[in-house]
Design a protein around this ligand. Structure first.
Ligand SMILES: [Zn+2]
Length: 255
């Protein structure tokens, strides 16, 4: 029985791996363009790039990342999960008050919901939660795992959101963490003018994360890239788009 159970677990893990890999190949923004325009980078020739962080806020990872960004005087963009914002409103408020852009990464980081052709609530309820916490309504959206379907693009568009991908994707998401020097090298080697760098200040749907290598990697990469003449700007600034929409409160007159 133990053998059969182990085999089942193995088969399950293998099936999941194949599902993940196929989905990444078919639907992650940097590899697909046939579903519509999703910016994965800016066409600028200037040495300007944007750091983006997905899946947070979490604790203590996000606070550590905010400390690091503050010490470097870098403005970044956080694609927050609505549920995580509900758990850690004070961290989301701190990020916003320190000049970082808060963007939408869905309510529950659920691929089932984002892949379903029906329903818009997984995007809209995260909009509402973020607005409730920081008083602003995001204009930027990145689907869970970046998996982008035509219907996900269409409903994000209906909500006035710009869907954004990435062009640099280091291994900082791995658990246990890869060493800071490895992640920093991947970022530096992958970066070019207009790059959108994707990192993580949480593991998706894990409330408490202690990612220390990621923060150290950001410090190493920012120092190196600045030495190479790069400037770090918020994603909205890099793309020349608005970071926020009118709030629902203001648009319904419910002030
Ligand atoms: Zn994510």
């Amino acid at each position: 029985m133990a053998g059969a159970a182990a085999m089942q677990v193995q088969l399950g893990a293998r099936a999941r791996e194949i599902f993940d890999r196929t989905g990444n190949l078919a639907m992650q923004p940097p590899r697909r363009s046939w579903f519509g325009r999703v910016p994965n980078s800016s066409s600028t020739t200037a040495r300007r790039v944007a750091l983006t962080f997905d899946d947070g806020p979490s604790s203590p990872s996000s606070a550590l990342m905010l400390d690091t960004l503050a010490s470097l005087d870098v403005r970044a963009t956080f694609f927050c999960v609505g549920q995580m914002v509900a758990w850690y409103p004070e961290i989301a408020r701190r990020a916003a008050s320190e000049g970082h852009v808060i963007a939408n990464h869905s309510m529950y980081h659920s691929r089932r919901r984002s892949l379903s052709p029906w329903g818009i609530d997984h995007i809209e309820s995260a909009q509402d939660e973020i607005e409730r916490v920081i008083g602003r309504r995001p204009a930027l959206y990145r689907p869970p795992w970046g998996w982008t379907t035509p219907w996900e693009l269409r409903r994000a568009g209906r909500l006035g959101l710009t869907v954004v991908g990435w062009s640099v994707y280091p291994d900082d998401w791995k658990d246990p963490e890869v060493p800071a020097a490895t992640t920093a090298r991947q970022i530096v080697e992958g970066t070019e003018p207009g790059s959108i760098i994707l990192m993580h200040d949480a593991t998706s749907n894990v409330k408490d994360c202690a990612k220390v290598e990621s923060a150290a990697a950001v410090e190493l990469a920012v120092r190196q890239l600045r030495a190479d003449g790069y400037e770090f700007v918020a994603l909205s600034e890099l793309l020349g788009v608005e970071a926020y929409l009118p709030t629902r409160a203001s648009s319904t007159g419910d002030l």
